[in-house]
Design a protein around this ligand. Structure first.
Ligand code: FAD
Length: 514
């Protein structure tokens, strides 16, 4: 158990540059922070140390990403091929939602656009106007990302707009432990020091309560100027030592536990280029295909489903042989009231958690790191720096939370858990978005949004919430021209899918699937 203890006063460090950064934790967050800071601070003599405990281990899940991960490792100079080879990765074009709108509901949230906006009017208005003429072409037929995903195909997007191949993006499903190992190699190669030990005590300075040093279980002491807390759910520094409260979002997001298990791949089965999230009576299951195995899990509300029922529902729906017994992980949706307190910045699970429905946790880590780089402090830890970091982090986390709540709010299922989700009041920030969408088919765009309008459109459409009327500018459009324009786009997408090879063929470049 860690007990904060107080040290005698020392001289002020006001205005002086940071000399030592200590990162606590060697999970995905810790090694992402170490690699990115090593790169960012390469021209300085700032020493970076990672303290992790192989005895404690990591949370051991977190395999689905969103496209920003590719920007993250590109900044380190790593290519897609480097990371895909090192992490047994597959490609991810989006997330397939099954059963969320009702028993037969099935749609993809792709990473990319639908059709083409025209004259300042969103494409969906043209599509809705066309639907009023009786055309049942689904919105997904206008998304190259969704259409490739549903056909189990994959091609890399063109970096050069306005190519029709530039309208979608992709991410990775990867083995998170292998990803952390790859980043560790990178960080250690860039001069980061790793210490494998358990932190026993966190010592605070008497004059200001800042973290002074860590005392390891072998008695060694690690001093630092800036501490980055990547210690996982427990928040060893930010929570246990500094006492930063946790804001609980359980009233909005009822799921609080998961069971996870890995299975063998089934030889000959096509590997889906998407994450599958299937609703069940009190939560949802995930399926994440990797090249050497498949990640499976079941997220549930412990108030609505027993442990036994949750495990049984997970195991009954596996497709391959389980590689271990299912592992339970409890969580609390919410965030630290402040992600940066005194000389401690929390990243990853230590900063907060949202269930992995839209694969947002690793992306939140990336953005936290970017923010830390942009606001990298001196030893005076100017209050304005902390305030800005905390404000941006809070806004981003709240916007992301609202997006997750939307999936539950719009569900079309009958079980008690799902009825309650529809009836639970949502945050005003979300209500405002949905009200505008219903009234005008438009999107409220706040700052620090992780998800763009096309993502909101995917969920609105997938769960059947469409605006009350089409944009006035589209109402009188010539129907023949409209049909020709839309069908031209639809056929171009279909043609591109036809000409694209399978996801499996793409993965063969990296050694294929085992
Ligand atoms: P951890 O992995 O828990 O690492 C904590 C580190 O701190 C470890 O190295 C540990 O040894 C160290 N530590 C702790 N205490 C001490 C101590 N006293 N002394 C020394 N070291 C210590 N995210 C996604 O983006 N996509 C997903 O698909 C996804 N799925 C998820 C599914 C579930 C069920 C859960 C719970 C999370 C999921 N996440 C997902 C989130 C993702 O797993 C995490 O964001 C990510 O792994 C980062 O974790 P972390 O590094 O913050 O913490």
């Amino acid at each position: 158990m860690t007990t904060p203890s107080v040290e005698p006063p020392q001289t002020s460090d006001r205005g002086a540059a940071i000399r030592k950064v200590v990162i606590v934790g060697g999970g995905t967050a810790g090694w992402m922070a170490a690699a990115a800071l090593a790169r960012h601070l390469a021209s300085t003599d700032i020493a970076i140390t990672v303290v992790e405990s192989s005895e404690i281990g990591t949370v051991g899940v977190g395999e689905a990403t969103i496209p920003t991960i590719r920007r993250f490792y590109a900044q380190l100079g790593l290519t897609d091929a480097d990371v895909m080879s090192a992490t047994q990765a597959t490609c991810k074009l989006g997330i397939r939602f099954e059963g969320w709108g009702g028993p037969r509901s099935d749609f993809i949230h792709p990473f990319g656009l639908y059709g083409q906006d025209l004259n300042g009017v969103g494409f969906h208005h043209y599509w809705m106007r066309q639907a009023e003429t009786g055309d049942a072409t689904p919105l997904s037929a206008y998304s190259l990302g969704a259409s490739l995903a549903l056909a189990n195909k994959f091609v890399e997007p063109s970096p050069n707009p306005p190519s029709s191949l530039s309208v979608f993006d992709w991410a990775l499903h990867f083995d998170a432990a292998l990803f952390a190992q790859r980043l560790r190699r990178y960080a250690e190669g860039s001069g980061v020091t790793r210490i494998d030990a358990r932190i026993a005590t966190v010592k605070l300075r008497a004059q200001d309560g800042f973290i002074d040093r860590l005392v390891l279980d072998n008695g060694r002491e690690i001093e630092g100027d800036l501490f980055v807390d990547c210690s996982g759910f427990r928040g060893l520094l930010i929570g246990e030592a500094l006492g930063t409260p946790y804001e609980d979002w359980g009233d909005w997001l009822a799921c609080d536990a998961a069971y996870a298990v890995q299975t063998e791949n089934t030889p000959g089965d096509a590997v889906a280029p998407y994450t599958r999230v299937t609703a069940h009576q009190a939560g949802w299951r995930w399926r994440i295909p990797l090249r050497h195995r498949t990640g499976n899990g079941l997220v549930f509300s412990s108030a609505h489903m027993s442990d036994d029922a949750a495990q049984a529902a997970l195991m009954a729906n596996l497709q391959g042989r389980p590689l271990s017994a299912p592992r339970r992980i409890d969580f609390r949706p919410g965030r630290r009231r402040q992600a940066w307190v005194k000389n401690c910045v929390a990243l990853g699970l230590a900063a907060g958690f949202l269930e992995p429905l839209e694969s947002t946790s690793i992306a939140l880590i990336e953005n936290g790191i970017e923010r830390l780089k942009a606001l990298f402090p001196d030893r005076d830890f100017a209050p304005a720096v902390l305030e800005e970091f905390n404000d941006q982090s809070a806004r981003e986390m709240e916007r992301t939370r609202d997006f997750i709540i939307l999936h539950y709010w719009l569900n079309g299922r009958d079980e008690a858990f799902w009825r309650e989700r529809r009836e639970t009041a949502v945050p005003d920030t979300l209500r405002r978005k949905v009200d505008l969408w219903k009234a005008r088919g438009a999107f409220v765009r706040y700052r620090w949004e992780m998800f763009h309008p096309a993502s909101w459109l995917a969920i609105y459409d997938g769960l059947g919430l469409m605006p009350e009327r089409v944009d006035p500018a589209v109402q009188g459009i010539d129907p023949v021209q409209l049909r020709q324009g839309l069908w031209g786009m639809r056929d171009a997408v279909a043609d591109m899918v036809e000409r694209t090879t399978s996801h499996d063929a793409f993965l063969a470049r990296f050694g294929g699937v085992s």
